[in-house]
Design a protein around this ligand. Structure first.
Ligand code: C5P
Length: 231
């Protein structure tokens, strides 16, 4: 069985391409992330197939945000699909509602603190209170944990800050923005190697393009699995 700490982001155009990639990766990868782009192209059916027919674990990256009643209903519906992780925005009312919707299932609710693509200028434009982004990330992570989140999504740099919070004890940190040494960054700005992300407190790493854009995706995934063996 491969190391479940590597989650591969299936950011390919449609469900068929996702299934092809998963079949290529075979036993090298046992956990997949399905995001919004894929969800509008057959992502839920793909999630089901990967789970039921291939025995994979599934992380649905939907970043839900709405009034509590709607979030609760949406999550209750999704909880029927035997998924593993689901993202919601880390606002306390959203996290509480998502946990209620997930009650009775094994679905883990992961909170997004502040999108890693946003800087202080973006936060000003959205009227978010003053303060350094890193401080706000820590504060929102603490609030999400208090509201019952099972974990948070965090950049590698944020992972160590969040691990420093006492509220993070026993909670999951899932980290995108991971690049093997020498890999292209794409649009990721704050990156770390798989080893460093885990050493800084991540429980799971999410890797997309360095695997699915590779000439040999299975070899690229295996190289990351080999690196994880040493941490
Ligand atoms: O291709 P790459 O490895 O950059 O993919 C990272 C994945 O993690 C993408 O699916 C991206 O949407 C997601 N993600 C991210 N940063 C966040 C939250 C999710 O890169 N803050």
């Amino acid at each position: 069985m491969s190391d479940e700490r590597l989650i591969v982001a299936l950011d390919v155009p449609n469900a068929l391409a996702g299934l092809n990639l998963a079949e290529k990766l075979g036993d090298t990868v046992s956990f997949y992330k399905i995001g919004l782009g894929m969800l509008t192209g057959g992502g839920l059916a793909l999630a089901n197939e990967l789970k039921q027919d291939h025995g994979k674990r599934i992380f649905l990256d939907m970043k839900l945000f709405d009034i509590g009643a709607t979030v609760e209903n949406a999550v209750r519906g999704l909880a029927q699909f035997d998924l593993d992780f689901l993202t919601v925005h880390g606002d306390p009312h959203v996290v509480r509602a998502a946990k209620q919707g997930a009650a009775g299932s094994d679905l883990k609710i992961l909170a997004v603190t502040i999108l890693t693509s946003l800087d202080r200028q973006d936060l000003d434009a959205s009227l978010i209170k003053p303060g350094q982004v890193s401080d706000l990330v820590q504060e929102r992570a603490g609030l999400a944990f208090d509201a019952g989140a099972d974990g948070v999504i965090a950049s590698p740099q944020e992972a160590s800050l969040i691990r420093g919070l006492s509220e993070s004890d026993g909670k999951l940190i899932v980290t995108p923005g991971v690049r093997p040494a020498g890999a292209a960054l794409g649009d990721q700005k704050r990156v770390a190697t798989p080893q460093k992300a885990i050493a800084d407190g991540a429980d799971f790493i999410v890797v997309g393009r360095p695997i699915w854009q590779a000439e040999n995706p299975k070899a690229a995934a295996q190289a990351i699995q080999d690196e994880l063996k040493s941490v």
